[in-house]
Design a protein around this ligand. Structure first.
Ligand code: BGP
Length: 463
């Protein structure tokens, strides 16, 4: 069978500023929470490799864009680093950053690759974090000013903007499950941080629309479809609905519909955790400023069952309301430890079609992390990642099916282009179409999947 995609389908990949650019003497970049945390507690980072050791996109972007073109990209997503553009989070703009981002954008466009620009990928400027980060309502104002600066500087050429990447991950990592700075466990803080991100996103959207720019703005969410162990068991079902409300609909509903899931609101009321910022005025801003399009990151599903014991945790936590379970016979990515469930991508798209007014969307991340990927290198130094080609194809078949059934999905971005540094996992899991040799000045080599992607993009499909 041949799978042909709609005309002008977006083929490309996604990355982020903090994971690729690097920091260099004299570049004027300020510190963000990752730079700070690494200096303070390098033991949190795999092999003690920190954000200073990236693939050096700051210096190598011209070569990288040429490689993107060589592997068939017509679009590419990265993020502006807030702490590069406005080193203190508020105030003066760094002229070297303006020059750098202008060059990146212009180089992409000159090579026929449309830039998709995200404004926030987990990278709070440290001077703002010191005052509370997303806990502080003033951070929302600072973010909106930063967003407005970006629209003004680059909005004449950038037509696709995103306010956040995976905002729930900042909540989970920083305030619930301890894998982002400030590494707390505090549900009240988690709720406030999440609310402020949602408000910041809505206010940035408001600003963008008010500026009458020629383009559109959305948000990128990691949607992890929630499947109950036994769909005919009402307790399992309820557990799954609540997990979905906490981890998907908490951001999806306000972003697309301007409302909050009632199940979540009821729980927060019961726990007396409704954030102070949820004033009538802010509720209205969120209601009125929804996204133009949606990026969907999909890696793995969430398998949920009813809570087995009544024992709650000491502090309230989302997982007081459900338990996880392992699906017997599940398919695993043997190199990363995540479940592979290709149909999940279809379920998300159909859910958006049926329950979110078929919002225009694209797959903004999907991909396969591989630990120890050098073992798949052939004699020419090329990584033969047939498993990645199979992974992408298996997901694309479901994307194709969703399109046949009316989904408004418009593109597919794999995570990621060049192997990159990834938060506390650093270089443990490699995801790219292109390998990066850290021992040889970041030397790039196109993997087998990169060559395959070129054929896919040229043919606008595969068989
Ligand atoms: C996504 C993030 C990316 C990237 C990816 C892979 O959730 O948006 O920034 O980190 O996950 O993650 P990891 O390297 O931990 O496997």
């Amino acid at each position: 069978q041949t799978y042909t995609f709609p005309d002008h389908f977006w083929w490309g990949s996604a990355a982020s500023g903090p994971q690729t650019e690097g920091r260099f003497d004299g570049d004027g970049k300020g510190e963000n929470i990752w730079d700070y945390w690494y200096q303070k507690e390098p033991e949190h980072f795999f092999n003690r490799v920190g954000p200073d050791k990236t693939s050096q996109f700051y210096k190598m972007f011209k070569d990288d864009v040429r490689l993107m073109k060589e592997i068939g990209h017509n679009t590419f997503r990265t993020s502006i680093q807030w702490s590069r553009l406005i080193p203190n989070g508020t105030g003066a703009v760094n002229p070297d950053a303006v020059r750098f981002y202008n060059e990146v954008i212009d180089t992409l466009i000159a090579n026929g690759i449309e830039p998709f620009i995200n404004l926030y990928h987990f990278d709070m400027p440290y001077p703002l974090q010191e005052k509370g980060g997303w806990l502080d309502p003033a951070t929302v104002d600072a973010y909106v000013a930063y967003a407005a600066t970006c629209f003004e500087l680059f909005g004449d050429r950038v037509k696709k903007w995103f306010t956040f990447n995976e905002p729930i991950v900042c909540v989970e990592g920083g305030y619930l499950y301890q894998f982002h700075y400030p590494n707390e466990v505090n549900m009240a803080h988690a709720v406030t941080v999440g609310y402020h991100e949602i408000l910041a996103s809505a206010r940035a959207i408001q600003k963008y629309h008010a500026g009458n720019y020629d383009g559109e703005i959305g948000i990128i969410l990691n949607l992890t479809p929630s499947y109950p162990r036994d769909a005919s068991n009402p307790d399992d079902k309820k557990a799954s609905v609540l997990a979905d409300a906490f981890f998907n609909r908490s951001f999806l509903d306000p972003a697309v519909k301007g409302t909050f899931p009632i199940e979540l609101v009821e729980i927060l009321k019961e726990l007396d955790l409704v954030p102070e910022s949820a004033t009538e005025e802010n509720v209205a801003i969120i209601a009125e400023n929804t996204v133009d399009l949606l990026g969907v990151n999909y890696y793995q599903p969430r398998r949920v069952k009813a809570k087995e014991s009544e024992e709650g945790s000491v502090h309230p936590m989302p997982d007081d309301y459900f338990d996880y379970y392992i699906l017997p016979g599940r398919k695993m990515n043997p190199y990363r430890g995540w479940e592979i469930y290709e149909k999940g991508i279809y379920d998300i798209l159909i859910n958006l079609r049926d329950n979110y007014d078929n919002i225009r969307c694209f797959i903004s991340e999907n991909g396969m992390g591989v630990e120890g990927e050098e073992r798949f290198k052939n004699a020419d130094g090329v990584i033969e990642d047939d498993y990645r080609i199979a992974f992408v194809k298996d997901h694309l078949r479901y994307v194709h099916q969703a399109i046949q059934e009316g989904s408004a999905v418009q593109g597919y971005h794999m995570w990621t282009c060049m192997d990159n540094w990834s938060w506390t996992n650093a270089y443990k899991n490699r995801y790219g179409f292109i390998s990066v040799d850290l021992d040889q000045d970041g030397k790039r080599t196109i993997k087998k999947s990169g060559r395959w992607f070129k054929q896919l993009a040229d043919a606008n499909g595969f068989s």
